[in-house]
Design a protein around this ligand. Structure first.
Ligand code: SF4
Length: 692
């Protein structure tokens, strides 16, 4: 019998950063099945539990289906259904009112984890409106690696898992759970099955430790120290790539004498990693070529992220693993529209000086505002007041460090609009809530602007509910009301064509192809040098004085010093079944992980009278919350690992979905921030635990 299911190819989105190619079965405008695409160049058939459950977002009964206007007090959960025309006009009137009184920079535009192209349309909207303030969690995700890379070697060195490496250092990357941008675990697993050696650097015994040659269990928040220790051994033992160092690095002599102070013995005291293991790991990395460092964003989760990333890039460089196949590479983009023209950066030439972060002396080229500085502008008017906020793909009440402060800041704003699929603790604080269409319901381009050298086609598969609009459409229409109409398209889908125009193909031709990849060229520096002021990899930053940066990666301490009152060290992790604070409402995923778990070593638990399944209060100097104890020896006796992103959709809006109870960011604070990116300490805090 002939099947009446229509099978369509697309790429996964919004469930994590991965971008697996998938095949979707559609019948009567409904998705009936999703499977991994064996031809997918990133995933070769792989699909994870989240990907399989992804269609459930679209048909969930709690999905937002029409625009809402707040009628009660802020956060009270009283809403009135309104039309799109009313919603857009109300939003425009309020944003324009703030603009008149405080100037355009009095409005901030916020994004959390974007789906695709809408991220750049948001930046365009801010630029055209005249606000330099796009708030994003880049302080703890991506920007430290990207921007530090640009300062150190002129590009963002991404792991090249497309070419076989001899060794993979999996550094703070639980890739089988989280799948970094464009770095799907299936690619890494394939290499390991094929004989590539794996070293896992993680405070937790993650699944991949089973396949690893070595597991380096370091103290949370000491990645910078460990990297400096490896550099010390490689230079002391003369294991570095002399030819590369001679020709292509700047400041090696100074650098070599600087790292002499980080002996394995000294680093061992900081990181808890035995000196012999530091030596063996350094030797292994330096003598395996090509070797790749697959780095995850936990290295961006404390105030020392700049030093950690600097040290790691220097490690790649002196061992000759930078920009070679199977190392960490400068991925070339396909011939598509550049980000600058797309977001119309020309319209806001003073952005670098005017954005809130600039007043806090962050590193040049950081183009988004760190949430901690955004909140300071709202609460203290420092450096100037922010009064309005338009947010999409974001749940800052859960995801910004220092949640009680986030609540206080949002209570103080004059106007908040939130676009989302579901009501969240953040959407519940808004004046206007806009229901969006999501993946499978919009034509989209994935991985644009992410620096991995490819873009992915994500065509529309089914129609969204009538009043759920694509984010791009919302901003295209709002843009016409709050900025000159000439910058916006009659049909928002034109933005997709704009991106592809330089390549000379239409969106439908792109969908036929599935993806576009940039040319595979390595060692481009041999022709043009590195794109730094010296044309070399800057082990010693030539611009350090000018930009008030440390010239060399240094050790300036650990996130928090030991404290008898708080005898344990706190880290956190994301579950493979969720993405940050999303998807607790998807039954298939919630059944897999019903509760927020805090991992405790059995001996530590016994010391505090805690048993498996007990509710446990975790307390830091900044606050407390509770999660469910899970006893495991996959963690050091001195460390506990809490779950990130937990709120309870089933608890209802009256309690703002019980947003405080198990929220990891009740434990964090914006008191201490990294100078370069405004990064707070999310890992390596001192804490204590007790049975509730
Ligand atoms: S690994 Fe990521 S991209 Fe792949 S199916 Fe799962 S959620 Fe989607």
């Amino acid at each position: 019998m002939k099947s009446d299911i229509n099978w369509v190819k697309t790429h996964c989105a919004r469930m994590d950063h991965g971008g697996c190619s998938i095949i979707v079965g559609v019948k009567d405008n409904k998705i009936v099945k999703v499977k991994g695409d064996p031809d997918g160049f990133l995933n070769k058939g792989y699909i994870c539990t989240k990907g399989l459950a992804s269609p459930d977002r679209l048909t969930h009964p709690d999905r937002l289906k029409y625009p809402l206007k707040r009628v009660g007090d802020r956060g009270e959960g009283k809403w009135q259904r309104i039309s799109w025309k009313e919603a857009l006009e109300y939003t425009a009137v309020n944003l324009n009112k703030i603009k008149e009184k405080y100037g355009p920079k009095g409005v901030a535009f916020g994004v959390g984890m974007p789906k695709g192209l809408e991220h750049f349309v948001l930046i365009r909207l801010a630029n055209i409106f005249g606000s330099p303030n796009v708030v994003a969690s880049q302080d703890v995700c991506h920007a430290p690696r990207e921007v530090t890379g640009i300062h150190t070697c002129g590009f963002y060195p991404v792991a090249d898992l497309h070419y076989k490496s001899k060794l993979i250092l999996l550094w703070a990357s639980n890739i089988t759970s989280t799948n970094e941008e464009g770095e799907i675990s299936s690619m890494l697993l394939e290499q390991v099955e094929d004989g590539t050696e794996l070293v896992v650097i993680d405070p937790r015994k993650i699944d991949l430790v089973k396949k690893a040659k070595k597991w380096i269990q370091l103290r949370p928040g000491t990645d910078h120290a460990l990297a400096l220790g490896l550099l010390n051994v490689i230079i002391e033992e003369s294991l570095y790539d002399k030819e590369f160092v001679e020709k292509w690095t700047y400041g090696f002599e100074d650098f070599a004498s600087h790292v002499r102070q980080f002996s394995p013995e000294k680093i061992s005291e900081i990181t808890w990693v035995p000196p012999d293991i530091i030596r063996e790991t350094a030797r292994l990395y330096a003598t395996s070529k090509p070797a790749v460092i697959q780095w995850g964003n936990p290295i961006e989760h404390n105030i020392h992220t700049f030093d950690a990333v600097r040290a790691l890039i220097c490690l790649m460089a002196i061992c000759g693993n930078l920009d070679i196949p199977g190392g960490n590479v400068n991925a070339k983009e396909p011939n598509i529209l550049g980000l600058g023209p797309f977001v119309r950066s020309d319209l806001i030439p003073n952005k670098r000086k005017e954005m809130v972060s600039a007043y806090h002396g962050v590193i040049p080229r950081l183009m988004t505002v760190a949430p901690s500085f955004f909140k300071k502008a709202i609460l203290d008017g420092d450096p100037y007041p922010i009064k309005g906020f338009y947010a999409m793909c974001a749940n800052p009440m859960m995801s910004y460090a220092g949640s009680p402060q986030t609540y206080e800041a949002f209570m103080k704003l004059d106007f908040i609009a939130v676009a989302d699929l579901f009501m969240t603790p953040t959407a519940a604080m808004a004046d206007i809530v806009l229901p969006v269409a999501s993946q499978f319901e919009i034509d989209d381009i994935g991985h644009y602007g992410l620096g991995h050298g490819f873009i992915l086609a994500r065509p529309k598969i089914v129609d969204p509910p009538e009043e759920c609009w694509p984010d791009i459409k919302i901003m295209n229409e709002l843009g016409k009301l709050i900025s000159p109409e000439e910058y916006w398209h009659e049909d928002y889908n034109r933005f997709l064509e704009d991106v592809l125009e330089p390549e000379g193909i239409t969106y439908s031709q792109f969908v036929e192809k599935g993806y576009l990849k940039g040319p595979q060229k390595s060692k481009l520096y041999e022709e043009k040098g590195f794109r730094t002021p010296t044309g070399k990899v800057e082990l010693r930053l030539s611009t350090a004085e000018k930009f008030n940066l440390s010239p060399m990666p240094s050790f300036k301490g650990i996130p928090e010093d030991d404290d008898l009152e708080y005898p344990l060290i706190l880290t956190s992790s994301k579950s493979r079944y969720y993405l940050h604070s999303s998807y607790r409402w998807i039954k298939k995923l919630r059944d897999k992980r019903p509760d927020p778990k805090v991992e405790i070593h059995p001996e530590t638990a016994a010391k505090f009278g805690i048993k498996e399944g007990d509710e446990v209060i975790v307390e830091t100097r900044y606050g407390s919350m509770s999660q469910i104890a899970h006893l495991t020896d996959s963690i050091d006796r001195r460390v506990i690992n809490a779950s990130h992103g937990w709120w309870f959709p089933e608890k209802g809006v009256d309690s703002l979905y019980d947003w405080q109870r198990a929220n990891f960011n009740m434990l964090t604070s914006t008191e201490k921030l990294g100078k370069e990116f405004g990064t707070p300490n999310l890992k390596g805090l001192v804490c204590k635990i007790m049975k509730k």
